[in-house]
Design a protein around this ligand. Structure first.
Ligand code: SAM
Length: 253
């Protein structure tokens, strides 16, 4: 079936829903309503069980649906962790095919942790879908991002006044770390598990260890929030962790 004719056959809307960082109470009411009704639930299986973590957030809601005899079909979409363009293109095409199949029968929701448009596989999914189905109806429900939940636990402002915020999303070189720390008053480092020793070394050299919060598994089992980075050993940093550096320090207490 060509992309155009496939798009015309679609009866459903695709919902992209951020489910928040882990605590089911941080699911928005809109997400809760849509996820309480949608017949197909698609989850990413790409990194560190993130898909099943998104499902974990929905566990109370899914249990409710099951009890009511209205459990959704759960579909896993694979996002391989590789830079091989052929493998990525193949996965993008397969995921698009699977979702278009579901959307030809009705609505479907794709869920991911945190916010759905903030370093999420949803962007990748859409870039495979739109060429095949340009008229696809998509509705996005934003979610609470992990760093917002982390600073909430710390009871500290992320940014204030004229402070500039930089976010480093993934594996980065030491010179990028230095550059970010030169440019921004507040820097969020994500996916730190692989680069933790390098980041920590630079922060230590700059005298920022006590101005760096370590936020790990926020809202999930094993949550750990530390206001000082020198309390964290490199071998205990999981994938679901991030750092918030406030060069201007924390509020006086
Ligand atoms: C692919 S990004 C997803 C970001 C997500 N969309 C968000 O809005 O927070 C994965 C990274 O987000 C951060 N992250 C996501 N959930 C987290 C949590 N519950 N606790 C700590 N960090 C988390 C970690 O840095 C992790 O490596």
């Amino acid at each position: 079936m060509s992309g155009e004719s496939r798009a015309k056959g679609l009866s459903g809307t695709l919902y992209g829903i951020g489910v928040g960082p882990g605590d089911p109470e941080l699911l928005t009411m809109k997400a809760h309503r849509i996820l309480g009704e949608v017949p197909v639930l698609a989850v990413p299986t790409s990194y560190a069980d993130a898909g099943s973590m998104a499902l974990e957030v929905l566990r109370p809601l899914l249990a409710q649906r099951e009890r009511a005899g209205r459990a959704p079909d759960i579909v896993s979409l694979l996002f391989p962790m590789t830079r091989d363009p052929d493998v990525l293109a193949d996965a993008r095409r397969k995921n698009a095919e699977v979702l278009l199949g579901a959307l030809s029968r009705g609505d479907a929701a794709f869920v991911a942790l945190g916010d759905i448009l903030f370093y999420s596989t949803f962007g990748n999914l859409l870039s495979g879908l739109f060429p095949l189905a340009p008229d696809l109806r998509v509705e996005v429900v934003p979610g609470i991002t992990a760093y917002a939940a982390g600073v909430a636990k710390l009871v500290e402002p992320l940014t204030q006044g004229s402070e500039r915020l930089g976010v480093l999303p993934a594996v980065y070189a030491p010179e990028e770390i230095e550059k970010a720390l030169d440019l921004f008053e507040v820097v969020v480092f994500m996916k730190i598990n692989k680069v933790f020793p390098a980041v920590r070394e630079i922060l230590s050299r700059r005298g920022l260890l006590d101005r760096t919060a370590y936020i790990s598994s926020v809202g999930m089992a094993g949550e750990r929030i530390e206001r000082r980075l020198d309390r964290v050993a490199p071998d205990e940093v999981p994938y679901m962790s991030l750092l918030v550096v406030r060069k201007n320090g924390w509020m006086p207490r």
